[in-house]
Design a protein around this ligand. Structure first.
Ligand code: 5AD
Ligand code: SF4
Length: 460
């Protein structure tokens, strides 16, 4: 069901929180771990906090309310968030009125919620994903009744529209088009913490994109855990086409796609609107071994994956491809790993994000026997990175001599000189010198040099 935030408890709660915040000029900070969806949710949280009367502040030590937006994808991400939370003990000592809230994927894990409740007495509440509109209510409960809240299982699969958003950037914007995941890849915790797939209505998405473009946004990134399985009144290729038809000088990106939903229609729309839709595709492989893919419940085999990758390269010849790979999934043999390496050499990805398997309680893979030792996992990781570095270097080298349209993102100083940072449509980082500040604009550069991770260019 689609709910308008105005028809929820939100409005009344915001009014009452304002009565608490307005006499004191209170400050709030939102800290983000994890993926782009979390970045987007944090912008929403900042919008809601501003509605509640808080001033958003960069330094958490000065704040009266701190939200930590957490990631649960791997154990390491969880440890980072918990150790950050540990720092707030001292802040709370100095400011006993401090409110600390935990949002994001960890907030939806029963074991984490329990740990926060018992071991982190200065955490005032947790809010599971998709329930951010509860922020004013839970803040109120804490300040008025001194009650901490660790509620789970409230997400009934609704979409709440109309939450305010305080965007970080002026010329780049995230637009979530779907939430949750139905795929249940056996290693992944996302479906358990972010719930089932639900897609926003295409009209609402279009309205948001039109408003962004007329505000001068130059790059819109459509977000979803499984973005290309978007399905409302239209499907993902149809939605992309509608957005591409919006008048204006902007580009569209999207992530993350699943190979099973990468249809011929999607590839055809990308080809048809190549100037508008960036020629870049992030297509997670996870493993090149058919038996591992089966155990991962990825629903495709290496042959199908290669077909999709090759079709993308054939239809959109200068497209850049990137992927995710998991190393050391339970039972991964040397031969399985070599199958992954073979696909990397075959597809020649522009960029590979590789992760060592991390056991997530509650997932199917957590019950599989995992006998692989750490040294073998690290050796495989090193071998993969070494091979991929050579490929990335060679792929980046193909751009040398080319004229590229780039979006200028920022400037940094190096040896007393201003170096501008920009991105090509293929999502490659470009550095160049310039006398003029073109941040937030598309300009043309000529690529002069390539390295493993970036390109050097001159303005033309
Ligand atoms: N262990 C390691 N990597 C994981 N990913 C998801 N779950 C796990 C896990 N349990 C990786 C996948 C996914 C990316 C976002 O994170 O490669 O595509
Ligand atoms: Fe996790 Fe698979 Fe869903 Fe991606 S598609 S979020 S890896 S379950």
């Amino acid at each position: 069901m689609i709910l308008d935030i105005k028809n929820t408890e939100y409005v009344r709660a915001v009014e009452r929180v304002r009565a608490y915040t307005s006499p004191h000029n209170l400050k709030a900070h939102v800290m983000t771990f994890g993926c782009q969806q979390n970045e987007a949710d944090s912008e929403k949280a900042r919008g809601i906090l501003s509605d509640m009367g808080y001033t958003i502040c960069d330094d958490f030590r000065e704040c009266d309310l701190i939200l930590v937006n957490t990631c649960a994808i791997r154990a390491h991400a969880e440890m980072k968030a918990l150790s950050m939370l540990g720092n707030f003990r001292a802040v709370k000592k100095k400011n006993p009125e401090l409110i600390v809230g935990v949002i994001g994927c960890m907030a939806a894990e029963p074991a984490v919620a329990q740990k926060l409740k018992t071991d982190f007495h200065y955490v005032s509440f947790t809010i599971e994903p998709n329930m951010l509109h509860k922020l004013p209510e839970l803040t109120l409960k804490y300040v008025e009744e001194n009650k901490r809240s660790f509620i789970l299982g409230e997400d009934k699969g609704d979409i709440v529209e109309g939450a305010p958003v305080k965007r970080d950037g002026k010329f780049k914007a995230w637009v979530s088009i779907m939430y949750g995941c139905n795929n249940f890849c056996s290693y992944c915790i996302v479906p358990y913490v972010r719930g089932r797939e639900r897609s926003r209505a295409s009209l609402t998405v279009l309205e948001e994109c039109r408003a962004l473009v007329s505000d001068g946004v130059k790059e819109i990134t459509l977000l979803g855990q499984n973005v290309n399985s978007y399905k409302s009144d239209v499907d993902f290729p149809q939605l992309l086409e509608k957005i591409a038809l919006i008048d204006g000088d902007f580009i569209i990106r999207f992530m993350t796609s699943h190979p099973k939903d990468t249809s011929d229609e999607l590839i055809a729309v990308m080809k048809k609107y190549k100037g508008k839709i960036a020629p870049y595709f992030h297509l997670p492989l996870q493993s090149g071994s058919d038996s591992v893919l089966k155990d991962m419940n990825r629903t495709y085999d290496s042959k199908r994956y290669l077909e999709v990758a090759k079709k993308l390269r054939k239809e959109i010849p200068d497209i850049a491809l990137s992927t995710d790979v998991i190393i050391g999934f339970p039972g991964e043999t040397d031969a399985d790993f070599l199958d992954t390496m073979k696909i990397l050499e075959d597809v020649r990805f522009d960029m590979v994000y590789s992760f060592i398997y991390s056991k997530r309680d509650g997932t199917v893979a957590a019950k599989m026997t995992d006998t692989l030792d750490e040294a073998t996992k690290s050796a495989r990781m090193k071998r993969l990175l070494d091979t991929q570095d050579v490929i990335s270097y060679e792929m980046n080298g193909l751009a040398v001599g080319r004229r590229e349209r780039v979006l200028v993102e920022s400037v940094s100083e190096r040896d007393g000189e201003e170096i501008y940072n920009a991105r090509t449509g293929t999502n490659k980082l470009v550095h160049f010198k310039s006398k003029e500040n073109h941040i937030g604009e598309f300009i043309y550069v000529e690529i002069e040099q390539a390295s493993v991770s970036c390109l050097l260019a001159k303005e033309i």
